[in-house]
Design a protein around this ligand. Structure first.
Ligand SMILES: Cc1cc2nc3c(=O)[nH]c(=O)nc-3n(C[C@H](O)[C@H](O)[C@H](O)COP(=O)(O)OP(=O)(O)OC[C@H]3O[C@@H](n4cnc5c(N)ncnc54)[C@H](O)[C@@H]3O)c2cc1C
Length: 484
């Protein structure tokens, strides 16, 4: 066996420095050669090392072959071997959501939990065009002023009550983090953020196309900027960046097609978490997947067989399949054979975390005011809810004014406390991972509340499948409880 490290990504400034030192004028230092070399593996018997050498030495030829293979033959996965990293700075939190919904990419974002906000915000072009710039700027500045007031008051309150923690190493930072975590509920979705994005060329092409089709100008501009950065570097692997007719087709006709539908509940009365659907009898569905694997049976026969098992037998099977797991082990893939669908009403702060779970499927509605807002309990405890409610009221007023022309762009003025409704589907393997992070003691309280409610709901439908679902910090205790 021979294994070679054929490439790895590093900082673009280092590449430029190396090129300068070597006096390398050519623009052919490109990840495309890796795609071209690997594309040839399937039909060329030579060693990969040789294929890579040839691809590097004949970049024009590599580009032609990439185009033929990726776009001619539709073998798009070849483009996944080329990888890019981007620093994205100064995008609003609302626009960030549209970027970070992409599954096949990695993101790390500035945390409003750990970093004090300095009042930087985007004034969206659409808000200017609608004639609301002055009112928008005035309100966002006021929200930011309230942020500072809340932060100062929270710091005082939390420092007072956590003097023992403050004395510990990094204790002061931890307590300051709790204050930031709650004060940020009042800042708007126009607040600027920054994040790193790492992505392969195939996924990037899709991101460029979807962002190019966004209703937010910020996202369309970002699409253009990202393309500018890669178009000369990798012309043969990123090509179809214009939104297709399919991308551009909206839902107007669908709305007509559905015609008159049943009455929707009052928005304010929609529960925060509701399990609305799941695989029929998830415990048995997962057991059937295990049986079909270990006994090499057809899944259909396994389902039939499992129907005859009593609860005790199924419990023993789950205990065996979950035994010997460490807190960082993913549960086995059998758990992907059952799904759960939740309808969740959650704050923007909560959604910002929820959306990062890339294996889940989301359908998201816009933020709005009818669903109310989330008041952090600590703000209630410091007696500043009146001030908080007051700024929410002002926000709602301006939101409604802007929403009369454009509900989508009116979202910019809403805050981290405002809510949206989402439809969320996760398989049970993802649920395990989600609960491990979001029920943990380090999880932010808002998403932890949602996770607790989700687990309570799914436990009724699938008590055995979720028997080991818990936060990371409870893993040892739970293991002892179940396995002895
Ligand atoms: C306490 C806490 C603090 C956080 N703070 C920040 C922060 O400051 N900034 C920030 O940006 N984010 C932060 N996050 C979000 C965090 O970094 C993750 O993005 C988020 O929790 C989603 O989890 P995940 O990436 O493990 O898995 P998911 O996206 O839920 O995926 C599930 C599993 O699939 C696999 N997987 C999915 N995609 C890939 C991939 N591309 N490569 C390899 N494996 C993959 C992994 O095994 C992963 O565990 C925080 C999360 C927590 C819990």
């Amino acid at each position: 066996m021979k294994v070679l490290l054929s490439g790895y990504n590093f900082d673009a400034d280092i590449i430029n420095e190396l090129k300068k030192k070597a006096g390398w004028e050519k623009d052919n230092v490109t990840p495309e050669t890796l795609s071209a070399a690997y594309a040839r593996i399937s039909r060329d018997p030579r060693d990969i090392e040789e294929l890579r050498k040839e691809a590097r030495e004949e970049v024009d030829k590599s580009r032609k072959s990439n185009e033929a293979i990726i776009f001619g033959l539709g073998h798009s996965s070849v483009a996944e071997h080329a990888y890019f990293n981007f620093d994205i700075i100064g995008l609003s939190r609302l626009a960030v959501e549209q970027v970070q919904k992409f599954r096949m990419a990695s993101f790390t974002e500035k945390s409003q939990r750990y970093i004090t906000l300095e009042g930087d915000f985007v004034i969206p072009e659409e808000i200017k065009e609608l004639g609301f710039e002055k009112e928008f700027t005035g309100l966002v500045k006021e929200q930011n002023r309230v942020y500072k007031k809340l932060y100062d008051a929270l710091i005082e309150y939390l420092f007072d009550r956590n003097s023992d923690i403050i004395k510990k190493k990094n204790g002061k930072r931890t307590v300051e983090g709790w204050a930031k975590e709650d004060a940020r509920y009042v800042v708007s979705l126009a607040t600027e953020s920054q994040f790193g994005m790492s992505v392969n060329a195939r996924s990037l092409e899709n991101i460029l196309r979807q962002l190019g089709n966004s209703e937010l100008k910020e996202c369309r501009d970002l699409s253009k900027k990202l393309y500018e950065l890669v178009k000369d570097l990798s012309p043969s692997i990123i090509k179809y960046i214009e939104p297709t007719l399919y991308d551009r087709t909206g839902n107007a006709e669908l709305i007509d097609l559905f015609g008159k539908t049943g009455k929707s509940p009052k928005r304010a009365s929609i529960p925060e978490v509701r399990l609305v659907d799941h695989t029929s009898d998830p415990d048995r569905a997962i057991t059937a997947a295990i049986l079909s694997d270990v006994k090499k049976m057809s899944y259909k026969d396994a389902v039939k067989e499992v129907r005859s098992y009593d609860g005790d037998k199924i419990r023993k099977i789950f205990i065996q399949v979950l035994r010997n797991r460490m807190s960082y082990d993913s549960v086995k893939r059998y758990f992907e054979f059952a799904d759960a669908v939740f309808e969740i009403v959650l704050s923007a702060t909560n959604y910002a975390q929820m959306k990062r779970h890339r294996i889940a499927s989301f359908i998201t509605e816009n933020y709005e005011t009818e669903l109310g807002f989330t008041l952090p309990p600590n703000i209630d405890r410091i007696g500043m809810n009146a001030e908080f409610n007051e700024i929410m009221k002002k926000t709602e007023k301006l939101y409604k004014k802007i929403a009369a022309s454009s509900p989508l762009h009116a979202q910019y003025v809403l805050t981290n406390a405002h809510r949206r409704k989402i439809l969320l589907k996760m398989n049970f393997r993802e649920l395990y991972h989600f609960f491990s992070l979001r029920l943990d003691e380090h999880a932010q309280w808002d998403i932890r509340n949602t996770a607790e409610k989700m687990l309570a709901e799914i436990r009724h439908a699938a008590p055995l499948s979720v028997m080991m679902c818990c936060g990371k910090n409870d893993f040892t205790a739970r293991t002892e409880e179940i396995f002895g």
